[in-house]
Ligand binder design. Structure first.
Ligand code: GDD
Length: 336
């Protein structure tokens, strides 16, 4: 595990960035943390972060302010969300290309040795994701390129940018392709939430309001693999310390339909089966997506540990706790 290094985390106020910051602080690293959000909206608070910056990292001069005297850089920042956000905000999603590009330029100027880029399963070719319960996507399935429009194109292009900064300027890069990461301290309302948090919230709301129904986007048959945040952080740090510089899937092997995920939420929370109201006009994304984890097992000797059942229970309990709090604590997980 990385220890006693000076590390810049961009996007530290977000879901994955926040958990990464926590883990790296536990290992006695000195952290410089940056995020576009004002500090009161960062998803987690840390006492011993060395420097906080709330600034727009799309601006190169802001990147230049934070890359001095840094050992490693983790770029966890992008304007994103679940399908409800990325399908309706393609131009905004694509502008995250400025964060990665300007950060890489600043890293080059300041002689940064190693850089992590948080990519996404949305980088994969859509034609391989047209059925439910599909074969896991292998890393080379990203080409020929036909990624998710907007957000996926930005991720694929930025992966490529990282590769060329390594080839041309010698910055070591590591690239994780995340497959729907979920868990506590993530958005669960407001439009950016992904399916696990959204469906936990809807079940909680149904129980609170004594309703017998929940609304589900699509027909519920669409499939995904979901990865719990603790596994995501462990996979990310192991990948960072490996010698492998091509993109690697960070995902689970547990492929489920959205209907199956709702059944799991109901069963781990002793909820009586709710009637599903399928909303076919809502954003659905690809029909089926799953992660092939052969490469990550081979190069890192690592696999996910936390089963969906356990991860959803923890997520549900955390969201339920947040929803029962009133006022400002809630809003940081519901705003962009
Ligand atoms: N968000 C959401 N909210 N999705 C729902 C809901 C709901 O209430 N009900 C059903 N779904 C369905 C969506 O229609 C979609 O088919 C599926 O659940 C998964 O939706 P998301 O979790 O929002 O997104 P995704 O898996 O298609 O893509 C996400 O993961 C990618 C990485 O694997 C996004 O967060 C991407 O930004 C990310 O790159």
């Amino acid at each position: 595990m990385i220890k006693n290094k000076k590390i810049l985390i961009v996007g530290a106020g977000g879901f994955i960035g926040g958990h990464l910051t926590k883990k790296l602080l536990e290992n006695n690293n000195s952290i410089v943390a940056a995020d576009i959000k004002p500090k009161e909206y960062w998803f987690q608070d840390f006492e011993n972060v060395k420097n906080y910056y709330s600034m727009d990292m799309k601006e190169i001069n802001n990147c230049r302010k934070v890359t001095k005297n840094i050992d490693y850089v983790f770029n966890m920042a992008c304007n994103m969300g679940g399908m409800g956000f990325i399908e309706n905000n393609k131009a905004e999603c694509m502008q995250s290309v400025l964060i990665n590009t300007n950060l890489l330029i600043a890293c080059k100027e300041d002689g940064i040795k190693k850089y992590f880029f948080s990519s996404s399963a949305c980088a994969y070719n859509k034609s391989k994701q047209q059925d439910v319960f599909v074969e896991g996507l292998k890393e080379n399935d990203a080409y020929p390129a036909d990624p998710e429009d907007g957000y996926g194109w930005e991720k694929l292009f930025s992966e490529r940018m990282c590769r060329h900064f390594m080839e041309d300027y010698g910055i070591e890069v590591r690239i994780g392709r995340y497959h729907n990461i979920y868990g506590p301290y993530g958005t669960f309302d407001g439009g950016r939430e992904k399916a696990p948090a959204a469906l936990c919230r809807k079940v909680i709301e149904a129980k609170q309001n004594n309703k017998k129904k929940i609304e589900v986007w699509g027909d519920g048959k669409q499939t995904r693999t979901f990865l719990y945040i603790d596994d995501c952080i462990e996979g990310t740090l192991r990948l960072f310390e490996s010698n492998y510089s091509e993109p690697v899937n960070i995902g689970s092997d547990e492929q489920v339909s959205i209907n199956q995920m709702i059944e799991i939420i109901e069963s781990v929370t002793n909820t009586k089966k709710l009637e599903r109201v399928y909303q076919l006009d809502k954003p659905k994304g690809v029909r089926g997506r799953s992660s092939n984890n052969d490469l990550v097992k081979k190069i890192l000797n690592w696999s996910f540990k936390i089963k969906l059942k356990e991860g959803l229970k923890k997520t549900y309990n955390w969201i339920s706790g947040e929803m029962s709090k009133q006022g400002s604590n809630l809003s940081r997980f519901t705003k962009s």
